[in-house]
Design a protein around this ligand. Sequence first.
Ligand SMILES: [Zn+2]
Length: 444
Amino acid sequence: MKRGLILLILLLAGMLNVNAYELIIPTDKKVATTSDYALFVGRSKGYETITINKEGVFRASNGAFAHSVKLHDGENRIIIRSTYGSIQVFKFFKTPLKNIEIPVENFEPQLAFVVCDNAPLRSTPVDAGLNRMSHLFQGTRLIINGSKGDFYRVILSKDKVGWIEKKQVRIEESSCSEVPQFLSMESKRFKNAMTQSISFTDKLPYTIEDCDKEIIFRVYNPEYSEESVYNLNIPKPEKYVHIVTLNDGTYNFKVKKVTENIKDVVVAVDAGHGGSEKGAIGCLGDEEKDINLSIAAELGKILESKGIKVVQTREYDANLSLDDRVRIARENGADIFVSIHLNSIGNAPFDLHKTRGTSVYYYNNNSEKLAQSVLKHVTRSANTHDDGVKTASFAVIRPADYVGILVETAYMINPLDSVLYRDNKFPHKAAKGIADGIIEFLKK
Ligand SMILES: [Zn+2]
């Protein structure tokens, strides 16, 4: 009888052995990567403990675990062991990213035209980060005098240059072209806005600087004179947006106050990802897009109950481009844009207590205060760790014609966060925090 029981226990243990833990990441035993870390994320089903390269791995109450291993160049063997002796071997092959410094090529000044709308003029020749000086309109007349990699150098004035991607301009071969002329300038004051208009015979490059007390729009005419810069300063109110339009050669720069009357405010609520774009995957296999959508739905309900007009960019599980998200917000006259996400890790080591919690991103200065107040309220309401207010160049929060933030409510792969976001009250708690943050921002 005793023997039978022991046999049964051994048999059960053996069964547990087969699939005692489940890995969500990685999905392959052999991985080629340029990343500095190998990430292991999954769920342990029993009471067993797991070690990765002999290091013990923390397991949350729901079995979720995450662990990263620093990789060296070449082949890395990583061994996962569980208490019952189940062993898996992974091979990560890391190739280092090559950093080849490309020299700047200088050439005689040449005339060029922007071939598409919304072409970023950058302060450095890289497509990354917060280096955008403005977004140029199709047909903008440029003088270029150098190149680096995929970029041309644009002369703005005697001591100022910008960079634009080569594919966004067409070089004008003929050199006989008339120098652009200034035509007129006008400023107007409205109840909730101020505008400055300026006209030239051609479309010229411009930049925007959001300073302490004012927004400075500058238009550059380097062919007329190296010092030919037209500065249009507009004082900014406490809560503001700014808009640039170009019609028949006339720039219209506008700084508008965000309405203080809550009933007049339109909030665009954007559930991140959707359809085949699942977003980040959690330790237990949850998909970010689904949680984003439930938070967005809750947020919509709460804001509407306060009398705020809400427009959802997606209300069901479907693919939606970043441009469409921005377009929907603009078409509905959004004053505020809130994109809802859960975080992923990127090329960084995983730390149970640091890679954790809520962070709120903004791009334009006009959105920093909203980011701060949303972060404060979400961490309180959803009981998440404070991962800070950060800046990033995400397409949906780049437009300055609304106040835009992107909320990473928690980390999909953090085991402690997975306990929070798997609670069915989480969408409401996170949404309540975002709504409270928005209302505090509007009332201040
Ligand atoms: Zn996301």
